[in-house]
Write a protein that binds this ligand. Structure first.
Ligand code: NAD
Length: 485
């Protein structure tokens, strides 16, 4: 296949591709080789203005549209995405460097799941009724208006759909700013939505760095900002939104624990830990990067893990046989290498990997670090790369205490055959999204999101409908109105 992924234009505004070359040029780099596969331009204030004006204009009519018809558009878009899965996956692979083996099953397909799920739910946005003596009241869920979505670079298609689908299903309009690193896929999502019948102006994509995100966040026409990104960016965006009392959803970073008890199925636990650390080369917010092994299983686990890592196929991400790809950016590769240097300096034992791979592009070997203590930087900080930090523990209480000893609270995993312990342990963990004997599966029908520094609000499931609407209460007087005078 050709490695030219140049889109028709940089932005998608008011139902069509638009260009403004006055904006800063942003190269799109294929991380496996370092070659430039496309160039887009950051949005100028004129492009941002066009997008926001189009969204504001289109939203009122969309909110008044029969919700079943709104849902039908989303479900049609889901079908189109599925029929184009391969082409969309190839773009995602060029944009992110994630192996085609992954993008074929986890990106456009996951986006389509969200479009289909929220398409089905669109007509089921219900309120409640209450009696107050002879009087009564009801509630209605109303759209917020113009919503802004801001994405990270690890799951560009999925993030655009996880934000766009519930926003549109509930009668909002969206202006979406992808990460400057991965600008391509969201344009395809916008194009498909319009092809499926979405009226112009309801889903707009504008490119740019943080400054464009900040421009969108502070605009008075915007009612809500949904960000997927790092904790430092989350703090800035949350503060900016708070200044004007805007709604927010914050999907931020993590340093999630994965607890493996002695009685766990060894193969499943090792598979869980591999998925929780090396999928997408470790660039997954919910990854279980602190792997706590109970003393009785630790040695067997590490031996089997090392064997299983030999099976990783590291190569051209566009080859479907490849199962491990590069880091998405050179900058992220350098951040991970710095973390590895610090870990080694602090006394970590490198069980596997631990270094850059000698080839063009931004590659780091799947890495396992052991002999760690809870205060080391590689155990405390989000690395966002293929680095598993292994720790050991003696008993359940110790595992829970140490797992919770983090400012983050995105995810957690528990591997054990003891069902009572599994539920008891997740009940004691501070994490928004937990898995028992599994890791990182995120179906559209299950709320996803973090607690503590990892975020606020939830994506997916009915929870997302709540976060893209607000309740209007209506009190209905049925009798005479009494007054003091
Ligand atoms: P980032 O915080 O650097 O950037 C995220 C987005 O915010 C980008 O589009 C960026 O341009 C924009 N941005 C930056 N400054 C801004 C500002 N002041 N105002 C508005 N927008 C601004 O994150 P990243 O490096 O792209 O992604 C990696 C991070 O994202 C990791 O911490 C990861 O854990 C997190 N993440 C979280 C989830 C989740 O669902 N919880 C999912 C994926 C990634």
């Amino acid at each position: 296949m050709t490695r030219n992924a140049q889109p028709a234009a940089s932005h998608f505004v008011d139902g069509a591709y638009v260009e403004d070359t006055a904006g800063e040029a942003i190269p799109v780099i294929y991380p496996a080789t370092g070659e430039t596969v496309a160039t887009v331009h950051a949005a100028t204030p004129a492009i941002v203005e066009r997008a926001l004006a189009a969204a504001a204009r289109a939203q009122a009519e969309w909110a008044a549209t029969d919700p079943t018809a709104r849902g039908r558009v989303l479900r049609r878009a889901a079908d189109i995405m599925r029929t184009r899965n391969r082409a969309l996956s190839e773009i995602e692979t060029l944009d992110t460097g994630k192996p085609l083996q992954e993008t074929l099953v986890a990106d456009a397909t996951s986006g389509a799941d969200a479009l289909e799920y929220f398409g089905g739910l669109a007509a089921d946005l219900t309120g409640t009724t209450m009696q107050f003596g002879g009087d009564w009241a009801y509630t209605v869920r109303r759209p917020l208006g113009v919503c802004v979505g801001i994405g990270a670079w690890n799951y560009p298609t999925q993030i655009a759909c996880w934000k766009g689908a519930p926003a549109l299903a509930t009668g909002n309009a969206m202006v979406f700013k992808p990460s400057e690193t991965t600008p391509l896929s969201a344009l395809k999502v916008a194009e498909i939505l319009v092809e499926a019948g979405l009226p112009a102006g309801l889903f707009n994509v504008v490119q740019g760095m943080g400054a464009v995100g900040a421009m969108l966040t502070t605009d008075p026409r915007v009612a809500k900002v949904s960000l997927t990104g790092s904790v430092p960016t989350g703090r800035k965006v949350y503060a900016a939104a708070a200044a004007e009392m805007k709604h927010v959803t914050m999907e931020l970073g993590g340093k999630s624990p994965l607890l493996v008890f002695d009685d766990a199925d060894l193969e499943d636990a090792v598979s869980g830990a591999i998925n929780a650390n090396f999928y997408a080369s470790g660039q997954v917010c919910s990854n279980g990067t602190r792997v706590f092994l109970q003393d009785g299983i630790a040695e067997r686990f590490l031996a089997r893990l090392t064997e299983r890592l030999e099976g990783a196929v590291i190569g051209d991400p566009l080859d479907e046989a490849t199962s491990f790809g590069p880091m998405t950016t050179e900058a992220q590769m350098r951040i991970v290498l710095d973390h590895l240097e610090t870990a080694k300096r602090e006394g970590a034992r490198v069980v596997a990997g631990g270094e850059r791979l000698d080839r063009e592009g931004f590659w780091i070997a799947p890495t396992v670090l052991a002999d760690l203590t809870d205060d080391m930087a590689c155990v405390r900080e989000e690395i966002f790369g293929p680095v598993m930090s292994v720790l050991t523990f003696a008993d359940e209480a110790e595992a829970i205490r140490r797992a919770n000893d983090t400012p983050f609270g995105l995810s957690a995993g528990v591997f054990t055959r003891d069902i009572a312990r599994a539920h008891r342990v997740v009940g004691a963990l501070h994490a928004g999204s937990c898995w028992i004997n599994q890791y990182n599966l995120t179906p559209a029908g299950l709320p996803f999101g973090g607690s503590r520094a990892s975020g606020i609000g939830r994506e997916n499931a009915r929870a997302a409908l709540d976060h893209f609407t607000e309740v209007q209460s209506v009190y209905v007087g049925m009798g005479p109105v009494e007054a003091a005078y």
